[in-house]
Design a protein around this ligand. Structure first.
Ligand SMILES: [Zn+2]
Ligand SMILES: [Zn+2]
Length: 325
């Protein structure tokens, strides 16, 4: 849990503070902290033009603390825009004993906020649950990690859902930490980020993805969920294996704890040096989703899984970067 400072007064209202924001020196009581998060999300949305007044917003909800917090904040903000609408989508990858709890939490919270909730499964979209592919040994034979396939298919599933539900924008719960981690992973693997993550990018056939939490540190999202009494899933995924991201996350968290404000500095510096992507996106030969190649990565993996062929070397590299988000 983030640092608690019970005896200090809230810098805004003078009540007992529950959190001190080290990078700004401001202390917050519970109510002022929650308000501050909501105000900063509103500010991020208007500063970067993430959402429009008549958007049909698809919120990707996994059932974890970040996505359930985003659902709460957006449900609150969206009320002020009568021409907009909100639909929550969860993807059921088919991970027994893990996903069921998260789906339950997501559907309860949607009911509480009066938000329509839809669930799409890998089974119906791609013909197989993740469990079956792991158990059947397909992923091993293909030299693919469960998280690699899962990440690519989840992204595709969200796009398919967005089209079916006529969403005009997809909102994801990526935080400041998530985005900086992804940029660092790109750089450590030898390529500079090609596009800013979570900013509205329009284009032929593209449903833009936005990250309203892009300026909120992860620990503040966790505290927001906790103070809002949002029940969220704490069990880690049994397939979790993202060791590279864990290393980068640990390093950045330690660095931020010692030098507060570093994550904001990194985000700003990296994004001000991103050069726009060259070459237009085209439609995938199989599914029509926008891609920089002839066949999108999700279809490529679907073909590989169904044919049980050996995946080429390039597929062995876990796929991260802007397309992951
Ligand atoms: Zn206060
Ligand atoms: Zn495709």
């Amino acid at each position: 849990m983030p640092s608690h400072v019970g005896s200090k007064p809230c810098s805004v209202c003078g009540d007992a503070a529950v959190y001190r924001q080290v990078y700004s020196g401001v202390s917050f009581c519970s109510a002022c902290f929650k308000e501050s998060i909501e105000r900063r999300v509103r500010k991020t949305i208007s500063k970067y033009g993430l959402l429009r007044e008549d958007d049909r917003i698809l919120v990707a909800v996994s059932g974890g603390k970040d996505s359930l917090s985003l659902l709460k904040v957006l449900a609150k903000i969206e009320r002020a825009f009568p021409r907009s609408s909100l639909v929550a989508v969860s993807i059921d990858e088919g991970i027994a004993g893990y996903r069921d709890e998260a789906l339950q939490l997501a559907s309860e919270l949607c009911r509480r906020f009066g938000v329509e909730h839809r669930v799409y499964s890998f089974e119906e979209l791609f013909g197989s649950s993740l469990d079956r592919l792991v158990r059947g040994g397909e992923l091993n034979r293909l030299g693919l990690g469960a998280c690699t396939l899962c990440g690519v298919w989840r992204r595709k599933a969200i796009s398919m859902a967005a089209r079916e539900l006529s969403a005009t924008v997809v909102a994801t719960a990526h935080t400041l930490d998530d985005i900086v981690q992804t940029y660092f992973m790109d750089i450590l693997r030898g390529s500079f980020p090609r596009a800013p993550i979570g900013l509205r990018r329009e284009g032929e056939g593209i449903i833009p993805r936005v990250a309203p939490f892009r300026q909120i540190p992860e620990e503040e999202v966790v505290l927001y969920a906790y103070l809002s009494k949002i029940p969220f899933q704490e069990t880690p995924c049994p397939n979790a294996e993202n060791s590279q991201r864990d290393m980068v996350r640990n390093f950045l968290a330690k660095f931020e704890a010692k030098y507060a404000g570093s994550l904001f500095a990194a985000l700003k510096t990296i994004e001000s040096n991103i050069r726009p992507l060259e070459g237009a996106l085209k439609a995938c030969q199989f599914c029509g989703e926008p891609t920089s190649r002839d066949v999108c990565r999700a279809c490529e993996l679907e073909i590989a899984v169904s044919r049980k062929i050996t995946v080429g070397r390039e597929l062995l590299r876990p796929y991260i970067g802007v397309d992951d988000i």
